[in-house]
Design a protein around this ligand. Sequence first.
Ligand code: SF4
Length: 345
Amino acid sequence: MSAAAGAASDTAACPKHMTYGPCGGVGADGGCEIGTARCVFVDDPVVPWRGPPGSGGVAPAGRELLAIAARRPLVLAGMPAAPLSAASIVECGQILRGAVDAVLAGDAATSRVQFPPAYRALLIQAEGLRVWAGLNCRDRNRVALEAEIAALAHAGVAAVHCVTGDHTLSGLRPDATPVFDLEGTELVPLAGAVGLLVSVAESPNAPPVAHRAARLAEKARAGARLAMLQYCGEAADVAAFAAAVRAAGADLPLVPGVPVVVDRPGAELLASFAGAALPAGFVEEVLTAADPYAAGVRVAVSHARELLDVEGVAGVLLGGGAAAGAEPRLAAAFAEIGRELGGGG
Ligand code: SF4
């Protein structure tokens, strides 16, 4: 556990050893992401950031993104390439090039084993795309994370998305030992110290819902410059959360997720995300359409435009999944939506 421990919660009982919990995996009933116990943070006040305030400059690659955000909304997309496949990265990268401003290279419960972040970033960048590298605390201890941050900075990634990460028991590699030597909030100043533009995640719909905005404000105090939001319903729900973040004292640009569904496996993957709430009828409209791909693109563009009208929203993140082998099709959907929204310029 971090030396910053000391909250009212019995944090030693947290399976992720968190100090600045709760994570985004809290169940709707307040249950822990793992097992049947109640989350040890869910009934307690927000834990304030105890480190120094985040500060420091941003390297040129990150400044490029900030300059785009200053003149128009950012259009980001997940990287749909098959795990551990350089050929798939090339194929999907070529489809996405010029259509989005950066790709977020993270993982999902169904694709836990990925190339190391910096190596993956170099493969993606070779296809002419900016990389927003995902970095989780599940798979690496603090020494390995420090090395990875140094490598990402040297590789020239545009930004890094610092998350605690899902527990190994929630993905396809329950045989792996989870690390959680650090947590997402503690990664923020480490990445910021080497000039990386840093984003964090928040799940507005995960309990304790009333504390999520204030929790995000603490991540801003640690040095986060943007926040990516888990799907949390309608644009009005995002607007309410954005207002709560401002009320909590943080002027943090928000990048909500836009679910892109083009087939049934993708819809099932979305349904598995903890704390996610999709707009009413969103998935049904796509899956019952004569052409689910076209419908998926249409509803995603429409939802993205509604989100981009919300005060405090600086961009959108196109996300979702597809059946194995359908990665280029999802990349094509991301590219079509990205161009429609004016991304990649
Ligand atoms: S829900 Fe998350 S923060 Fe809460 S106890 Fe479980 S792992 Fe820890």
